[in-house]
Ligand binder design. Sequence first.
Ligand code: NAP
Length: 302
Amino acid sequence: MYDVVIVGSGTAGMTAAIYVQRAGKKALVLDEAGFGGQIVFTSCIENYPGIQNVSGPEFADGLHKQAEELGAEFKVERVISIEKKEKAFSIITGVAIYEAKSVIVATGVKSRKLGIEGEEKLVGSGVSYCATCDGNFFKGRDIAVVGGGNTALEDAEVMSGIANKVYLVHRRDEFRGEQLTVERLKTKDNVEFVLNSKPVEVVGNFAVEGLKVLNTLDNKERMLEVSGVFVAVGHVPDNKAFEKLINLDPQGFVDAGENCRTNIDGIFAAGDCRNKKVRQLITAAGDAAVAAVAAIEHANKV
Ligand code: NAP
């Protein structure tokens, strides 16, 4: 019997594990894909208080080391469902069933797909959802980044130092991401903003040969001759495994307020998987502290 099982090992999950272990309780962290979450796809974190500049993987490594050294257990297993027992919870994965007094859901989010022709077929052959991971394969080549949020802006910035030419394709003429990064991008000779433009097709048979975009103002199509397309159009939650037990909002985020409590006493939600406005590293860590303290209090009562 664990005190707290944490589902998801991104910033929220690992921070929660640190708090649980530091309270003298036993935490198990389950994640289908190793540890780190979305932050490992970020090349450079510049907005976490007290840290001027750190890479996403380095930040995640630090959290993992800290949690593990405190005694948190990590297992790479996908949680299929959670069942409420008389006093505790059963957390069912593909290979085992774990018992816990409290559960923290910290499943984060996954990359949203464009859903256009050619995208799925060419994943791994020029279509990527992670510039930090795949950027170096496109050294000296022409690429497109799609999206207008911070991820797309950061990807474009990273790729401007690697690729020959970077097209930043956004469906509006205003960016959602930070103005500071937009201004930096404007100074780069090899970055071209392709605004008011919707991607309609990734072209290529065995590898990406181009990205066809539609200008929404004049309805004209343009072919960007690129060998890489980095898709950074936001994220979607992945909480289907819990929908029978805990309330989700219409978009699939866990319905929990700032106190991180779900509709089930003893199950808490932390980080990007929760229904909230600001999804940042610092809010994931903040949620994790709130959820962990509440989960520990609940475990003490069981
Ligand atoms: P995001 O902020 O949700 O931005 C997604 C972008 O993709 C938006 O510009 C959106 O356009 C566009 N988009 C969505 N669906 C599209 C579609 N089907 N076709 C074309 N474009 C589409 O996502 P994000 O950039 O991944 O960021 C997620 C969160 O993480 C944000 O809160 C962000 O601030 C944060 N983040 C922070 C950092 C950092 O602090 N260092 C780094 C990365 C991300 P519209 O604008 O028109 O809706």
